[in-house]
Write a protein that binds this ligand. Structure first.
Ligand code: AMP
Length: 181
C-alpha cells in the first residue's frame, strides 16, 4: 500500500484523547466510514489480497467489525458471520472468555455459522493487545474453520496484539499503525 493511501486513511480517522479512560487515545473510525472515498479504499485494501482465494465467510467482531465485514463480504461475494457479545445470538452457540484491559468478557458465534474446513477471513477495526481477536480466532478454530487471515484497519504495535494472532497460525494484515495505546 502506498504512503499517500496510508496518509489518506490516517487523516480520515479521528483521535479522541483520554477516551474512555485517561491515557487512551481512542481511534474513532466513524469519520472514515463517513467519507465515501476513504471508506471504499479501506475496504478495497482489506480484501484485495484475498480476492480469488475462495474465502467463504467473513467473520466480523461486534460492533465495528460488522460494518467493515459486511462491506468486505459483499465485495468478496461470500457470507458474513457475526461474532457477538454473549447473550445476543438466538440459536445454539459456542462461547469463549477473552481478556479485556480490565477483567474478562465473553463472545460467541452460532455453532452452525461456519463448517469444518471453511475458509474464513476475520475482521475488526483495530488490534491493540489482541485479546479480542485471539478469542474470535479460537472460537472459529473450535468450529474447525480455516482462518485464512485476520485483518484490521489499525494496528497499535506497541501493544503486541499481532504476535498473539500469529501464534495461532493466522497471518495478520493491517493498513495503518498508530503509536501508543
Ligand atoms: P484488544 O482486545 O486489546 O486488541 O482491543 C481491541 C478491541 O478494542 C477492538 O474491538 C477495538 O475496537 C477496541 N479498542 C482497543 N483500543 C482501542 C483504541 N485505542 N481506539 C479504538 N478502539 C480500541
Amino acid at each position: 500500500m502506498d504512503a499517500t493511501l496510508r496518509e489518506q486513511l490516517a487523516n480520515a480517522i479521528r483521535t479522541i484523547p483520554d477516551y474512555p479512560h485517561k491515557g487512551i487515545q481512542f481511534r474513532d473510525i466513524t469519520t472514515l466510514l463517513g467519507q465515501p472515498r476513504a471508506f471504499r479504499r479501506a475496504i478495497d485494501e482489506l480484501v484485495h489480497p484475498y480476492a480469488g482465494m475462495g474465502i467463504e465467510q467473513v467473520a466480523g467482531i461486534e460492533a465495528r467489525g460488522f460494518i467493515l465485514g459486511g462491506a468486505m463480504a459483499h465485495q468478496l461475494s461470500c457470507g458474513f458471520v457475526p461474532i457477538r457479545k454473549a447473550g445476543k445470538l438466538p440459536h445454539e452457540t459456542v462461547k469463549i472468555a477473552y481478556s479485556l484491559e480490565y477483567g474478562v468478557d465473553e463472545m460467541e458465534v452460532h455453532k452452525d455459522a461456519v463448517h469444518e474446513g471453511q475458509k474464513v477471513l476475520l475482521v475488526d477495526d483495530l488490534i491493540a493487545t489482541g485479546g479480542t481477536a485471539e478469542g474470535a480466532v479460537k472460537l472459529l478454530q473450535q468450529l474447525k474453520a480455516d482462518v485464512v487471515a485476520a485483518v484490521f484497519v489499525i494496528d497499535l504495535p506497541d501493544l503486541g496484539g499481532r504476535k498473539k494472532i500469529e501464534a495461532l497460525g493466522v497471518p495478520v494484515r493491517t493498513l495503518i499503525e498508530f503509536e501508543g495505546e
